[in-house]
Design a protein around this ligand. Structure first.
Ligand SMILES: Cc1cc2nc3c(=O)[nH]c(=O)nc-3n(C[C@H](O)[C@H](O)[C@H](O)COP(=O)(O)OP(=O)(O)OC[C@H]3O[C@@H](n4cnc5c(N)ncnc54)[C@H](O)[C@@H]3O)c2cc1C
Length: 317
């Protein structure tokens, strides 16, 4: 019998969808007799209980506090719950919120820790977490010998969000005293993506620095439109302001989560870019350099000039 905890997240009173993915990850290793409790810190936690009442959730621990995310408070909550309940697992979504409390809490409490976890399983009753290593070049299985509690941050867009209906009991918990060292200044919404949806697109045509100049970008917008693809880009293109940031694929951009066909033109394959697209089953690379490392992850490679290939394609659409 073990207790599994998930730290849910909210923004201005709305449940963050990644919370349901963290629940799914924890639920995947829940065994008969285990309990799964979701911790929610919000101004009106009761309002979000419905959204957390999914299959497998046995309890919602509701903590009334400001809706403004507070890492020190979250860390204090984890500390109190580890002392009171000795959970085997604490899972939370990988992201800016978790970065600010998860490693600190794990070090302070002597927990096992793995960040950006992509898969989770039990082996002989012990947790094994899979995450990438060496700049996403390998997958690493981590176990946590001797650790009573393991804290995991769960990569988003990997686990299917937990669904189904549940009827968790709701336990009110008083916010523990916390040494608050940070001040919440406010939320800045991301720039309007203008309908650009890299994560949702099944077909992406991406351009990189090989495009050379801003004046060349328009023809690829047209080509992508004609082909029924979403135009994506590498970071230098977005940084130059040649395309909006919402089109950037990669670690500090978007994950091409649903992409089935990814055509990369004039993109070299930095580790940061490949973070957003390496998983795509069908990658077609167009590059003038036969040694370009993008070819090592491409299913099809064309050594050639992206403008010539674009012209060829244009004739077909
Ligand atoms: C913290 C951090 C986060 C980052 N996040 C991201 C991110 O999210 N996404 C991202 O993309 N980058 C990211 N980067 C930047 C990344 O390191 C690379 O600098 C960037 O991905 C390179 O972009 P590129 O492939 O377009 O350019 P380059 O590496 O310059 O590659 C251009 C390629 O085009 C080819 N080429 C040139 N002319 C032609 C032509 N006419 N036809 C065909 N091919 C041609 C060249 O052979 C070359 O391979 C990040 C960097 C850091 C430090």
């Amino acid at each position: 019998m073990a207790e599994l905890l998930v730290i849910a997240g909210q923004r201005e009173g709305e449940l963050r969808p990644s919370s349901l993915e963290a629940i799914a990850a924890a639920r995947g290793v829940k065994q008969a007799g285990d309990t799964l409790a979701v911790v929610l810190i919000a101004a009106d936690p009761q309002a979000l209980v419905g959204a957390l009442s999914v299959e497998g959730v046995d309890e919602v621990i509701a903590i009334k506090a400001s809706d403004d995310f507070q890492p020190d408070l979250t860390e204090a909550v984890i500390t109190a719950l580890v002392a009171a309940r000795k959970p085997a697992l604490i899972a939370t979504a990988h992201g800016v919120d978790a970065w600010s409390f998860a490693p600190a809490a794990a070090v302070k409490l002597g927990c096992g820790l793995a960040t950006d976890v992509q898969a989770l399983r039990l082996e002989d009753g012990a947790l094994v977490a899979t995450r990438a290593g060496y700049a996403e070049k390998v997958l690493v299985d981590l176990d946590f010998p001797g650790k009573a509690t393991v804290l995991l941050t769960i990569r988003t867009n990997v686990f299917e969000p937990a669904a189904g209906s549940g009827a968790p009991k709701v336990t009110a918990m008083a916010a523990p005293a916390a040494d608050i060292a940070t001040t919440h200044e406010g939320w800045k919404p991301p720039a309007d993506a203008g309908g650009i949806d890299i994560p949702g697109s099944e077909f992406i045509l991406s351009i990189g620095r090989g495009v050379g100049d801003e004046s060349n970008v328009e023809q690829f917008l047209e080509l992508a439109g004609g082909m029924g693809a979403t135009l994506g880009c590498s970071r230098p293109i977005a940084d130059n302001g040649w395309l909006p940031k919402a089109r950037q694929v990669g670690q500090s951009g978007q994950l091409a989560a649903n992409c089935k066909l990814y055509i990369a033109m004039g993109v070299s394959r930095s580790v940061q870019h490949q973070w957003g697209m390496k998983h795509v089953e069908n990658i077609v690379a167009v590059n003038t350099d036969p040694e370009a490392s993008i070819f090592s992850i491409a299913r099809y490679g064309i050594v050639g000039d992206m403008f010539e290939i674009a012209e060829e394609l244009q004739n077909h659409f």
